[in-house]
Write a new protein. Structure first.
Length: 374
C-alpha cells in the first residue's frame, strides 16, 4: 500500500453530484480530495435538464429547493455550461389530462414554484412546431437546461484550491480512507460516496439498480422549439418499478439541435442501442413533433441511471460507518437535484439544520429489512 494524501474530506465521483458535493464543502471551508476515474457516466450521457418534478412530495421538495440554488449561480456560469432558462411545457394530449396539469400546478404552488395552465391555442402559439389537436398544457417558466459535464467542471474550478482532483479508480473503502487502483490510500475523517452505479462494488450491500436510457440528437436547424417539451405522462413512465417504457421529451439545445428522449429499461447493462426501443422512442416523439421525421439524426447513444429501490436519492450517513456519507440513487434527476443534494449532505456533515426536511432521503432507510432494494 502506497502512503497517500490527506484532506478534511474525500468525495468519490466527479460527476455532477460529486462535483456539487465537493463545491459545497469547499464553500464551507473544507479541504477536499475529489476522486475522478474519468469515465463518462450518467452526467455525460443525460439530457442536462433542470426541471421541477412532483411525482411525490419528497421529489418535489428536493427539486424545488435545488432549483432555487441553481438560480443563484447560473448567472456566474460561463457560456460553455449552456445554461438556458427555457422553461418546461408539459403537454396534454387529451382533455382529461388537463386535470393532471391543474393538479400539477396546485402541487407546485404549495412549494412556491410558479406555473400556469395553458389552452390548446396558447400551446400552439408558444410552440407552433407541435402537432395540432393537443388539449393544452402546463408551463413552468423557472425550469431550464445546462450542459452537465461542463457544469461539473465549472463547479470544481469555482471551488478553487480547496478542491484537489485526484485521477484514479477507487477500489475499496476502509475506515476514513479510500484505496485507489494505483495502491495509493487517501485518508480523511469524512468520505462522501457519489460515484453512481459504481458505488455498489464499494459497499457491502448493493443499493442501486440500473435504468438504461436512450437519447438521440438531430443536426442543426433554425430554432423552432423554444421550451423543454415533455408529455404529462412522463412521470408515470419515468418511475415505473419495472419493465420498459418510452415517453416524449425534447430539448432545444443552444447549438440549434434537438435532443430527443426518453426511454427506460431495467436490467440491460450493455451499452448497445436497442433498435426497436429507439424506434419506439422516436415514433413517440414524432407524434408530438411531426416535423422531426424530416430532420437528420446524427447521433444516438445510451446511458445508465442509478436508481434506488423507492425512487428517491440516498443522502446521508451510512448507518454502519459514521465516517461515510452516501450521495447516490438520483436516477434521472441528478442534474436538477445536485445542488440541493450537496447542500443537505453538507448540513448533515456540519450538524446544521437542513433547509428542507431531509428525512425522506436519508440513506439509512435502505438498510431496514422492510425496504431492501430490488
Amino acid at each position: 500500500m502506497v502512503a497517500g494524501r490527506r484532506a478534511e474530506a474525500i468525495v468519490v465521483g466527479a460527476g455532477i453530484i460529486g462535483a456539487a458535493c465537493a463545491w459545497q464543502l469547499a464553500r464551507q471551508g473544507v479541504q477536499v480530495l475529489l476522486v475522478d476515474n474519468q469515465r463518462a457516466g450518467a452526467t455525460a450521457a443525460g439530457m442536462g435538464h433542470l426541471v421541477c418534478m412532483d411525482d411525490n412530495p419528497a421529489e418535489l421538495a428536493l427539486s424545488a429547493y435545488s432549483l432555487q440554488l441553481w438560480r443563484s449561480v447560473v448567472g456566474r456560469m460561463p457560456e460553455s455550461c449552456a445554461w438556458r432558462g427555457c422553461g418546461t411545457l408539459w403537454l396534454a394530449e387529451r382533455d382529461d389530462e388537463m386535470a393532471i396539469a391543474e393538479a400539477k400546478r396546485q402541487r407546485m404552488a404549495e412549494y412556491e414554484v410558479a406555473s400556469e395552465t395553458l389552452s390548446a391555442a396558447q400551446v400552439a402559439g408558444l410552440e407552433p412546431m407541435l402537432r395540432s389537436g393537443l388539449a393544452g398544457g402546463l408551463r413552468v417558466p423557472g425550469d431550464g437546461i445546462v450542459y452537465a459535464p461542463n457544469v461539473a467542471h465549472w463547479l470544481v474550478a469555482d471551488a478553487g484550491p480547496a478542491v484537489r482532483v485526484i485521477t484514479g479508480e477507487a477500489i475499496a473503502l476502509e475506515a476514513q480512507s479510500v484505496v485507489l487502483a494505483s495502491g495509493e490510500r487517501l485518508t480523511a475523517p469524512i468520505v462522501v460516496l457519489a460515484s453512481g452505479l459504481q458505488a455498489d462494488r464499494l459497499l457491502e450491500q448493493p443499493l442501486l439498480r440500473a435504468k438504461k436510457g436512450h437519447l438521440a440528437i438531430t443536426d442543426r436547424y433554425p430554432k423552432r422549439v423554444h421550451h423543454q417539451l415533455v408529455e404529462l405522462g412522463y412521470g408515470a413512465n419515468a418511475h415505473a418499478s419495472d419493465g420498459t417504457s418510452v415517453a416524449f421529451n425534447v430539448q432545444a439545445r443552444p447549438t440549434g439541435q434537438l435532443l430527443i428522449g426518453s426511454s427506460r429499461q431495467f436490467d440491460a447493462p450493455e451499452s448497445a442501442i436497442d433498435m426497436p426501443l429507439l424506434a419506439a422512442m422516436l415514433a413517440r416523439a414524432n407524434t408530438f413533433l411531426p416535423a422531426l421525421a424530416q430532420m437528420n439524426i446524427i447521433r444516438c447513444w445510451t446511458g445508465q441511471r442509478a436508481a434506488s429501490a423507492d425512487g428517491l436519492p440516498l443522502l446521508g450517513p451510512h448507518p454502519k460507518h459514521r465516517w461515510l456519507w452516501l450521495a447516490l440513487g438520483h436516477e434521472g434527476l441528478g442534474v436538477t437535484t445536485a445542488l440541493g443534494s450537496a447542500a443537505l449532505i453538507a448540513s448533515q456533515i456540519h450538524n446544521h439544520r437542513p433547509a428542507i426536511d431531509d428525512t425522506p432521503y436519508l440513506a439509512s432507510r435502505m438498510f431496514r429489512k422492510e425496504v431492501l432494494p430490488v
